[in-house]
Design a protein around this ligand. Structure first.
Ligand code: PEP
Ligand code: MN
Length: 364
């Protein structure tokens, strides 16, 4: 696959003094007071370059808070006036773009639920023709790199040159630690295909919970992301949306202070190239282990079911099926057949060991 974009570097449209770009602010604009107080506190902490706020909120189920709409835009004007900082909002249709620009919004972003739909993205691209405004494109909710690149290309073809990507993770079929699985390899692939494209990490929507923000933000920085977008609210527990993932401006300031910004490791010399590749391998290996751990926890569930229904741990047909299907998958991925075979024999052995252990426990 190849891709190319004709874009301007991030530093040409926002000055971060060489540091990663930080966009902070509440998930949603709720009241003028909440916006002004949150933004002023963020400004005082001194770490952020841009204030974010959701005005139109795409909610999974109707009946949740769907944003204040146009009424909130003058509050953002007030925030700009008060703090002198640029503001960013999510837009999902041409009318949103028109209103946001009318009220002087500086940066637009396209949400994950919009990026999935090429019709929708094309409408936005058409509306942006001839308009000089930076646009950040969140990854689509499903792990489809082509769709993400496609959205970036549509905007770029419409003449948007101040362009960036936001990696917010991908929705899960089953419950996992994170609200949205990072799948770092997809973003790494994006950075590899489009090295000039700024990529910003959104640990808030990956995490879903405050407790995981630090590790996710650190990983984004370790991967040389160009910035972070993090939700911050003056009183997170009382937020009207995404309460459990937001931080007070002070807590966010502390977190950003504790993060390590790694040395720029991109460069033309051999050693730094090596470092970049090794870094990517480290992250993939970590994902491999995370996947293995998720698999083992499913095995544990299976074992409890087998125990409670008095079924044997080992079933030869299933083992054969596992080896056969994995061999086929491995082949289509060009993996050496012995590697796949040995790997799944090992994984299966461990799975039997675990199941035997669980089945010998007394049922709860
Ligand atoms: C948001 O940034 O508040 C938001 C709705 O994000 P996403 O599109 O990533 O779900
Ligand atoms: Mn949110």
């Amino acid at each position: 696959m190849n891709a190319s974009l004709d874009i301007l570097p991030l530093s040409s449209w926002i000055n971060t003094e060489g540091k990663p770009l930080v966009i902070a602010g509440p998930c949603s604009a709720e009241t003028e007071e909440q916006m002004l107080e949150t933004a002023t506190q963020i400004k005082e902490e001194g770490f952020a370059h841009v204030i974010r706020a959701g005005i139109w909120k795409p909610r999974t189920r109707p009946g949740s808070f769907e944003g204040m709409g146009e009424a909130a835009l003058p509050w953002l004007q007030a925030v700009k006036k008060e703090t002198g900082m640029p503001v960013a909002v999510e837009v999902a249709n041409p009318q949103h773009i028109e209103l946001a620009l009318k009220y002087g919004v500086d940066i637009l972003w396209i949400g994950a639920r919009t990026t999935v739909n090429p019709f929708n993205v094309q409408e936005l691209a058409d509306a942006l023709k001839g308009i000089d405004v930076p646009v950040l494109v969140k990854n689509p909710v499903n792990p489809d790199l082509q769709l993400w690149i496609g959205a970036l290309e549509r905007l770029n073809q419409a003449g948007v040159k101040k362009l960036g990507a936001i990696h917010r993770g991908f929705s899960n079929a089953q419950e996992t630690k994170f609200r949205n699985s990072p799948m770092w390899n997809i973003a790494i692939e994006l950075k590899t295909l489009l090295p000039e494209l700024p990529v910003i990490g959104d640990p808030s929507h990956m995490a879903g919970k405050r407790a995981y923000l630090y590790e996710l933000a650190q990983r984004a920085l370790d991967l040389n992301y160009d910035g972070l977008i993090i939700e911050s609210h003056r009183d997170p527990d009382k937020a009207w949306s995404d309460a459990s993932q937001q931080l007070t401006p002070a807590a966010l300031g502390q977190m950003l202070h504790d993060l390590h910004v790694r040395k720029e490791s991109y460069g033309s010399d051999y050693q730094s190239q090596l470092e970049v590749v090794r870094g990517k391998i480290d992250h993939l290996d970590r994902e491999l282990l995370e996947t293995l751990a998720a698999r083992m926890s499913l095995v544990e569930k299976l074992a409890e079911y087998k125990r409670d229904n008095n079924v044997a741990a080992y079933q030869v047909d299933r083992f054969r099926e596992v080896l056969e299907t994995r061999a086929g998958w491995g082949k289509s991925l060009n993996l050496y057949p012995n590697l796949v075979d040995e790997l799944f024999k090992l994984v299966h052995m461990e799975s039997i060991r675990k199941q035997t252990e669980v089945m010998n426990q007394v049922s709860a």
